[in-house]
Design a protein around this ligand. Sequence first.
Ligand SMILES: Cc1ncc(COP(=O)(O)O)c(C=O)c1O
Length: 387
Amino acid sequence: MRFANRIAKLPPYLFAEVDRRIAAKRKEGVDVISLGIGDPDLPTPQHVIDALAAGAAKPYTHQYPEYEGLPAFREAVAAWYGQRFGVKLDPETQVVSLIGSKEGIAHFPVAVVDPGDVVLATDPGYPVYHTGTLFSDGETYYVPLRAENDFLPDLGAIPKDVIKRAKLLWICYPNNPTAAVAPRSFFEECVAFGKEHDLIIAHDAAYTEVCFDGYKPLSFLEVDGAMDVGIEFHSLSKTYNMTGWRIGMAVGNTDIIEALGRVKTNIDSGIFRAVQEAGVVALNETPQSWIDERNAIYQERRDLILSALAGMGLNAQTPKASLYVWSPTPAGISAIDFSVRLLDEAGLVITPGVGFGDAGEGYFRISLACPTDRLQEAMERLAAVKT
Ligand SMILES: Cc1ncc(COP(=O)(O)O)c(C=O)c1O
């Protein structure tokens, strides 16, 4: 059998690998605690579940949905963007529904990238930016995220000849995996960079609603001129604890949204209508107090982790947002060695920083999506590991 060259270049999906390792340990009888993936353990709001059940009972939801997304869903997205960020969107031309933002992120380069074009992505970063580039036979140029730069990419350091070939820049704030947040001035810099070099700025905003200590992340589209060059990927996954439901949205520049929509209408046939109706209820009817209470639980977990890490002499920054703590590994231990040791000696799964790119060496990521009592036990086990 012969397969495409691009399949040979496609790395195994990071968390599929991690799942395999956990399964093997559990088979050996180890009580593994996973702090690996950012998959909310807390429930979806009950009113959203009720809306799905009601929607599933309506025969019209059993047929093909609208390709670009139910008009009511796109209207709810536009209204939510208006109320949350003060961003005005035309639901018909500036919003498209996604089968989770991962799907949209992976397919977006098909609309933008020709063979040999460059896509600028960050290292460390969410692996799907590169996957999508590979599907389009493009080349990824990685811009490092470094602690001394507050984990923001130094756009001025990208070589001119690379920029000339680039069509697209991916950014993600609140960031996965570093948990960094971006000031407005960085988004303004990105708008100017996109305009100067005629490239699209794609902002992955999956974590804007997971935030702490009163901090409120921005939408990229809040910044003047962003609508001229930008698209933002968002999702109900982390916002409403709905990762399994597979519903998200891309919003932004009309031409960019049209291009993504054109790709998608030729690939998928939209999201189950009952899920979209439940998505409307999530966006329209979930009170801010629900999000605040959920975030208070994450914040308590964040503090538990930070205090365990401090006890080990590990100086992790206090995240203002995202589902993660990003910590340096103990001195002299590589990210992979540390993750193997934690699994073997403590039955703990963390994500080695290098899983997100070479610049993640010397770091590991802990997810806040672990029930608090299990997390407490995990931190006790972590503290007992000799470093
Ligand atoms: C940075 C980032 N973007 C996008 C996603 C995709 O989320 P979903 O497809 O559930 O919307 C994730 C999931 O973990 C993520 O970490």
